[in-house]
Design a protein around this ligand. Sequence first.
Ligand SMILES: [Ca+2]
Ligand SMILES: [Ca+2]
Length: 180
Amino acid sequence: MKYSSIVRITLAMIALSGVVFVSSDSSTASSLFEQSDVSVSDRGRIVLERRQAADSIARMDRIIIENGSDTAELFASEGRAIEQVLEEDLDLDGEKELLIQMDLGGSGGFKEFALLHNKGGKYTPIWEETGFCAGNAMIADRDGDGRPNIYIEYANTEVKPTREETAIFTLENGEVKKAE
Ligand SMILES: [Ca+2]
Ligand SMILES: [Ca+2]
């Protein structure tokens, strides 16, 4: 846990200095700029934007929503690389949440996950979870109770030998809870 927050702070600092450098030297154009659709609905187009300056190892990815000429930022990665965005109605209120999987960078292969709760088209970050080595998230209803769950497959490096494990989370009453 501590490791990842240090990485994050370091990345944010690198990102910050990268931006300062770019503004003082226009020749350092961004080396990465990619946009891909997460989804399109009557509320607008949700877009994942991947962005990295040529002189920086930090990613400044973000998720935006575009509606006509309006663009609003839903989430900024703050140095982390967004690997995937899953959209699903996790609490069955008719509005789809956004689950974001991010790579912290560095050699540890640690992944971080964030959940944006959707209420009437307003997205609020309600959960962030870290420390999953080689983590990969999916949403499914494997127990068949009708409510989708978050499954994070990861390598538990705290045991020897390292063991593949799955952490299961449920969103209920605005809170993400881990299944024991
Ligand atoms: Ca929902
Ligand atoms: Ca379920």
